[in-house]
Design a protein. Structure first.
Length: 618
């Protein structure tokens, strides 16, 4: 009989602390179970853990062992539906709220040492069992269940679990792993609008708690941190807190329907802008200097998502210069940006046209462009883009997948953030828009090559406009370039060529407004480049050149004739086989028309007779 079957066969009076602990620890050591037994075992354990159940007589060691069994069982999406109910989630929450446990009567050296092997590795064997371990096991089980089951995410908001997770995140004395699973639970509890989100934000001051934990753990994830005593899961904790922040900005007021990004802003969130900006500046500075596996490692994508939520106007100065004094150096960022852009340039483009003179005024914009170029050069090396080759590289998508990245989910938010700065900054030429236009060379664009054939950053962005593989990036890039062109279809077409802008303008219903005028100043409105020099036409050829071209044509026809591909002949030399044109007199034409009418009447009569026979037969 297996451990699960053995436990389920016991009567409640037989489930003593010692007997139960021995079964639980035995199961942890040899955890093999069918999905059917898993379901039944979980159901029985949850019944016994309820307040008033047999677990009231258990000591902390036995309760811990039971919670570890539930955690192990709950890792599978199959056979774990008992954990998704409101009753089950309430049962687990009640364990966290227990103030005390019976004195231990199962702490034999054998059981204690066996249980020790299933405690977190950072806990010393000499450390006594504590209630925080029970809290960690419960939160981990709930987080796993919410991650695996949609139904659980709908039910958990009807329980005490979100508030208990908040309290665990709020308690500064808790360990980093408890803070992490608490943040993970809160993130999964706030995926949809619900009154609990309003309560967490406006009654429990969740924003203050997020701010406090950011200040507590941010120093540990900076590239300059060389300490060996970094709290475990610090980076994962920061990542999940920014995911949580994104959720609450959307749902803290909306109950009935999903809201639009930025519409539900509250002043409570303002205090998080500066630490978010500074953390982005510090972490993104290391993407080039440190040999990272991914060009955009965690939590940088979550920082970008969070920054998309903040308004611009009240914090113009902070957006312009986050004033990070730790790692970021504006001069170094400009140098790295210039080098990155230069590597992507080809012979037709002049890197000097990328004006970075004013980028020291906007270090945040400089860092965004540096990060954008890092991602582009990682997945689209300059060699793969020379001569205006297609941006639709399956190799880029494959490489991203090998790193666990989705290129559209990685690049699109970054481009959206650039567009946000351009659209919301009211300083126009003196702000982010003017600076970015100068950097891309849009104010004095080089017309000697087509926009999509440029080897610089603007050329790569234009190529995305005709992508069929990266539709989300295509749309966001279109919105960025459109914003840089003052949201004017004609200006967009004249800047990058109507051929490149047509698809985007069509999607916005502005195709006719962006149609280019006939070529002016030698610029082709379709390509946005100078008209090609059409020399060598017949009117400019000498008599000798015309005769030479005619000889080439005759030779070509002779080869085709000899190969039997076509049969060439002179119609004047072979009039017998040529078609004739025949004049048709008006009288003959009338006769032909009458014949056609008679034929039509005859067909109609035949059809009527056929239909009559069919009706009679039925």
């Amino acid at each position: 009989m297996g451990f699960a079957s053995h436990y389920r066969s016991l009567q409640p009076i037989e489930k003593s602390a010692f007997q139960s602990a021995e079964i639980f620890i035995g199961f942890l050591e040899y955890s093999e179970i069918s999905s059917q037994d898993r379901d039944a075992f979980l159901s029985q354990l949850l019944i016994d853990l309820k307040p008033g159940g047999v677990s009231d007589k258990w000591d902390l060691q036995t309760v811990l062992a039971a919670l570890k069994v539930i955690k192990v069982l709950g890792r599978s999406p199959i056979g774990t539906t008992p954990l998704t109910t409101v009753e089950a989630l309430d049962c687990l929450s009640s364990v966290m709220e227990r103030k005390s446990f019976r004195e231990s009567n199962t702490s034999t050296p054998s059981l204690t040492s066996r249980l020790q092997s299933h405690r977190p590795s950072y806990i010393s064997s000499s450390d006594p069992l504590c209630q925080s371990e029970a809290q960690l096991e419960v939160l981990t089980t709930i987080a796993n269940t919410l991650l695996l089951h949609d139904e659980a995410r709908s039910n958990v908001v009807e329980t005490r679990a979100p508030i208990l997770a908040f309290q665990a995140l709020k308690a500064q004395q808790n360990t980093s792993d408890i803070h992490f699973v608490a943040a993970r639970c809160l993130f999964l509890c706030t995926l949809k609008p619900h009154p609990i989100v309003y309560k967490l934000v406006h009654e429990e001051n969740l924003v203050d708690v997020i701010h406090a934990r950011l200040l507590q753990y941010t120093p540990y994830i900076l590239p300059s941190q060389k300490s060996i005593s970094i709290p475990i899961r610090s980076k994962e904790l920061i990542t999940d807190m920014f995911k949580l922040f994104f959720n609450i900005t959307l749902h803290h007021k909306t109950i009935q329907q999903d809201s639009i990004l930025g519409e539900n802003w509250d002043e409570k969130f303002n205090k998080l802008l500066q630490p978010t900006l500074q953390l982005f500046m510090d972490l993104s500075a290391s993407t080039n200097s440190v040999n990272t596996i991914s060009p955009m490692p965690q939590p940088i994508p979550q920082l970008i998502h969070a920054l998309l939520c903040f308004p611009f106007k009240p914090f113009t100065q902070l957006w312009s210069n986050p004033n990070s004094n730790s790692i970021f150096s504006p001069t170094a960022a400009i140098n790295r940006l210039s080098k990155t852009i230069s590597r992507a340039s080809v012979a037709q483009s002049d890197p000097s046209r990328l004006n970075c003179d004013n980028m020291d005024t906007f270090p945040f914009l400089s860092r965004l462009l540096e990060l954008l170029n890092t991602v582009l050069s990682t997945f689209w090396p300059s060699s793969s883009l020379e001569g205006g080759e297609s941006i639709d590289s399956t190799q880029a998508k494959t490489k991203a997948a090998s790193l666990g990245l989705n290129l559209e989910e990685t690049l699109a938010p970054l481009v959206m953030l650039l567009r946000k700065l351009v659209v919301e900054d009211q300083r126009n030429a003196g702000g982010f828009k003017g600076s970015l236009r100068q950097t891309l060379g849009m104010d004095d664009i080089d017309r000697s090559v087509k926009a999509e054939q440029r080897g610089d950053l603007l050329g790569v962005l234009v190529r995305f406009l005709t992508s069929s593989l990266f539709s989300t990036i295509k749309n966001t890039v279109g919105e960025l370039i459109f914003a840089l062109c003052d949201s004017d279809p004609s200006q967009m077409s004249s800047t990058i060529g109507f051929g490149n802008a047509a698809g985007f303008l069509f999607s916005k219903g502005m195709l006719s407004a962006g149609a280019g005028d006939p070529a002016e100043n030698g610029v082709n409105p379709v390509t946005g480049a100078y008209e090609e020099d059409r020399t060598g036409g017949p009117e400019e050829m000498t008599e000798e050149e015309k005769e030479a071209e005619a000889e080439k044509l005759f030779d070509a026809f002779d080869r085709l004739n000899s190969n039997g591909i076509i049969k060439t002949s002179n119609p004047m030399q072979d009039p017998k086989n040529q078609p004739r044109f025949q004049e048709i007199e008006e009288e003959d034409l009338d006769n032909l028309n009458r014949e056609d009418e008679e034929d039509e009447k005859h067909v109609e009569e035949m059809m009527m007779k056929y239909k009559s026979r069919q009706d009679k037969s039925t």
